[in-house]
Design a protein around this ligand. Sequence first.
Ligand code: DGL
Length: 227
Amino acid sequence: MKIGLFDSGIGGLTVLKVLQEKYPYNEYIYYGDTLNLPYGNKSPKELLTLAYKDIEFLINKKVDLIIIACGTISSTCFNILKKECPVPLVSIIDPTINYLNNSNYNNIGVIATSATINTHIFKNNINKNVYEIETPELVSAIESNNYDEIKRLLHKYLNKYINKIDCLVLGCTHYPIIIDYIRDILPSNIKIINMADLVVLDNDSNIQIYYSKISNNIMNNTKKILN
Ligand code: DGL
């Protein structure tokens, strides 16, 4: 399967890395909209316009499925894009929300861009105590490898939540890049969640099978034999 992924910049590469390890036989095409980076401080309307272009780029590359490797686009535009996208579209956020609703974590911190936090997507869809932590300057610091600034910002954003949370969601795909810095600040009992770890794909194969006549039985037997 040919899978397209997009983000504003290098953040979505963290999703690509996880998927490539988990599903090595797929073909991956990545698009980073570095011209318009960062996305996190843009309006939902601006983001929708950019997302259409990102998707168009990947559709022109003939992908079979698109993963929005960007928390900001997933939170602000997914429902609209899903209806219009000519191939299946996967949100990076939805699997995390499902996981947390069924988990034992009760005090969940989420760090994400301003645009994502403004949607309240985590708070509105998770039946637990959710602390939304807006982290507006972090993406630019990550993109410019400014590690002193990253450490300063992490302390500023996280210090007051350390005693309140039992897990922290990296609600922006840029944040797994600095997971070691985040770990240094958080006590080891706080679980850190990389949203990409929770994405499940049905298919991991570049095999194409054709039958001259098709039935459910043939489909089921095909799956059984190949599994
Ligand atoms: N990596 C993106 C996200 O997950 C976009 C961050 C940005 O460009 O501000 O939200």
